[in-house]
Write a protein that binds this ligand. Structure first.
Ligand code: SF4
Length: 309
């Protein structure tokens, strides 16, 4: 399958069958926290980047063969799905094909456009984002196309919700030191009051985005954000990775090698000493191993790593 993936278990959507309608990585933003890495084509131009016919044929084939549970068919993309000018057509066709509800994940940046609003009208749930309200902070966190103005985006969200019959769940994603200041939180609260989404969900960076220096909020800080923005907000961040310690990108290769020169250690030992995330550490140690910088021995059923240097 080229465009259809999953169903993947999702906290917000149950079993979500993803439909990828934008090629890697075309987006109107280049968010500092983007898990897909840097935007290769930053644009606000809508066109049939992937043809609806190809997507729908593949989806119909998948649905005819798949016998498991699907709670939502979710339009997303390796970028911003509302850039696909055939989105509306695809949503309508999916509705003819199956009673499974349709969700759309969007950065919300084009919702001020009438054609985008129309395209989304037949969806059941729309998940837009709004990470900042102050123009300079909006630029810092979302790195948008220069023609996009945050005031228009907020107004677009507000006017869309007034007409839309389905649910809108607004996500705010926080990056430490960028969009988590008290003033900004107050402004986000005001914007939420105008937009009036059905739900507000607070999130933070959970994995280190490729090479970019972005750090998550901890749970207590997200609680403060919730208190300011409004207690109805839901915290949806996944803290499994964070609570285990620092991300491996905070640990310098030299620190690991220095430790392993002093004494052989298991992954657990290294994780404790350096406060690094265990799973990330496993990948990191494997990488050092492949580079020939480490050796390992097995003793009492445990693998100990040591540095050859
Ligand atoms: S809007 Fe989404 S896809 Fe686009 S840069 Fe931001 S996180 Fe990445």
């Amino acid at each position: 399958m080229k465009y259809v993936y999953g169903p993947v278990p999702s906290r917000r959507l149950g079993f979500s069958l993803g439909v990828d309608i934008i090629p890697f990585k075309i987006c109107s933003y280049d968010c500092v926290y983007c898990q897909l890495g840097e935007t290769t084509l930053k644009t606000v131009e809508r066109k049939a980047y992937i043809s609806s016919q190809d997507v729908l044929e593949e989806l119909a084939l998948f649905l005819s063969e798949f016998k498991g549970q699907i709670d939502y068919i979710t339009f997303s993309g390796s970028g911003e799905p509302t850039l696909n000018s055939e989105l509306g057509k695809m949503i309508r066709e999916v509705k003819n094909l199956t009673p499974i509800p349709v969700a759309v994940l969007t950065n919300g940046s084009l919702l001020f456009r009438e054609d985008v609003q129309e395209d989304l009208m037949e969806a059941d749930v729309v998940f837009p984002s709004l990470d900042a309200v102050t123009p300079s902070i909006f630029k810092a966190v979302n790195v948008p196309c220069s023609s996009l103005k945050i005031g228009d985006i907020i107004e677009g969200l507000r006017s869309f919700i007034r007409e839309f019959k389905g649910e809108v769940w607004l996500e705010v994603l926080f990056c430490r030191g960028i969009n988590d200041g008290e003033k900004e939180l107050e402004r986000i609260k005001e914007a939420v009051g105008l937009i009036k989404p059905n739900k507000v969900q607070l999130n933070t960076v959970v994995r280190p985005p490729g090479g970019r220096e972005v750090h998550p909020l901890n749970y207590a800080e997200l609680e403060i954000a919730r208190e300011i923005i409004g207690n109805d907000c839901e915290i949806i961040a996944d803290f499994k990775g964070i609570s285990e310690g620092l991300f491996i990108k905070d640990v310098k290769e030299e620190e690991v090698l220095a430790l392993l020169r002093r004494r052989p250690c298991t992954i657990g030992d290294i994780s404790k000493v350096l406060g690094a995330n265990r799973l990330e550490l496993i990948k990191y140690i494997e990488m050092l191993n492949k580079k020939g910088k480490l050796k390992s021995i097995t003793k009492d059923g445990k693998i100990y790593y040591y540095s050859k240097g």
